[in-house]
Design a binder for this molecule. Sequence first.
Ligand code: C2E
Ligand code: MG
Ligand code: MG
Length: 600
Amino acid sequence: MDTPPSTQQQTVMIVDDSSNNIRLLAKILGKDYRVRYATHGRDAIDQVTKDPPDLILLDVMMPEMDGFEVCSVLHTHATSRDIPIIMVTALNDNASEMRSFECGAVDFLTKPVNPAVVMARVGAHLALKRERDELARANHMLNQEIEERRKLEKQLREMAEYDALTKLPNRKLFRDRLQQAMLMGERNTALFALLFIDLDRFKWVNDTLGHDAGDDLLVSVSERLKGVVRKSDTVARLGGDEFTIILNDIHHDSMAELVARKVLEQLSLPFEIKGQPVDISGSVGIAIYPDDGTNSEDLVKCADSAMYLAKESGRNTFFFFSPEVNNQAVARIRMEHEMRRALDKAEFFVDYQPKVNVASGTLAGMEALVRWDHPRDGILFPQHFLGTAESSGLIIQIGEWVLKQACQDAVEWIAAGFQTLKLSVNLSAIQFHEPERLVDVVTRTLEETGFPAQNLELELTEYMMIKDPEQATKTLNILKGMGISIAMDDFGTGYSSMALLKRLPIEVIKIDRSFLENLNIDPRNKTFISAMVSMAKKLGLHVVVEGVEEMDHIKMLKKYGSDEVQGFLFSPPLGKNAFNQLLQGKIPLGGGLAHPVPTQ
Ligand code: C2E
Ligand code: MG
Ligand code: MG
């Protein structure tokens, strides 16, 4: 066998109690190997443990501890087990040779040793050991590689199937689990429920407290959701603030209801996000397999529709899917479809409701209010279609059309001499999703229609529904800079707050009509109106009160110092022609106002 080039690096240890023998063997091996020795068994074991050699030549006959014993000890220790040991036995000692193998030796040499045989045997066993080591190393690396690959695969699988933020199953795994639940259901005719959960006010948290806070909230929500179900159920995050629960193996609908109630309860307990208490709630839709659908597509749609209804009916509630829910969903989709065509077919039109100056009783302006002349359903008012217009985004086009139509109509009235008339147009929060477009459209509309900016007032509701309040504030400032005034509509309800009055470039507040509406039911509303008017006046704001239906209201509002009033007492919203006639004095304003029209 060729001597490999690395032999100089290899160490052979000689263990023998006779220094002559050691010398003899060292001389033979010294040319090709590094040689170490020990003169008794204990020393040999010590040395091997501290610094294992590559091969050991071990004498059998030694005092205290003989070679077999040393060999056995070395063979049982992990560090030395793989070191080849060649026993050196007396000539023709067959029994010793046999024992050598029993103790774990790989070979034996007989004394007196033949140098060529020693070199050949040592060389052969070292080569064998090298190969074995090589194999072990390769094996080890292979195992490592397999382990790493396994880890990577697990990570990839998790990435593909679990949501990185909440560690909940994602949409894909949810689909798989749903499929699985259906297979189980088919086999043993068990019921299972699918819950769709959407957080209310999540957007508000994200917008006002930042995305990190939003992320923290989603993680806390997922923890709470996991807490209300059994281990065998699935809680998944489909994306955004949408979660689902698959409740396996329920015996009755009421179990799904119980969980839905627990979910709502958990979501309405305050969260602590970045050291701050945060209140949200949830809307839940429930679909039951197999009653509501026998394929995953249908079941998901049902739960989603039911959730949508829960949201529409005021949030923080749950709905089971039912044929009515389905009808509503179908109606919504149909309306969206029809609304797209309505713009092209000019089915929308604008009515104008007069606003009256309280002190003088003269006409101060008019609010443009959109209507839809639906070919099948007749005249539809905003409350019937604004929700769908907003959720579909069509409100952007509709709002732009209303602005243009109103400016076109009102510019004629201004040209006819009613220079002080203020035209109010409502803006939807959705229109602030594209702020540049909004500014562009307003600018272009004023240019194209020749309507004077200072006669235009834009009304804003539900400011908090706006995606990016910073950006919206900038946009409002730009509009104000153009000479347009900004009004806060439906003041005193929803999220219209005092803080906004400070922050936004608002010149007008319109006190919501619900205050007058409930005057008889709750006399405190008088106090509210009085306080709101006086506060607004102190802040230098112009005050309009909506929903004036009775003469008594005017007297009261006059006393409180309200600037303008709007309501059925004076006039309902009028079509363009009727409003024209009103301006010309052909039809009177209500409320006993003798000369409502300003002199030209
Ligand atoms: P709003 O801006 O507060 O408009 C006033 C609403 O109160 C109008 O309802 C009007 O008809 C009604 N109203 C006026 N006087 C009285 C009264 O004395 N008593 C009662 N009970 N109601 C009165 P309408 O036309 O149904 O509009 C509802 C809402 O739809 C509006 O509330 C406004 O927020 C929204 N809206 C209307 N047109 C548009 C539009 O072009 N774009 C957008 N984004 N929203 C619009
Ligand atoms: Mg309005
Ligand atoms: Mg209003």
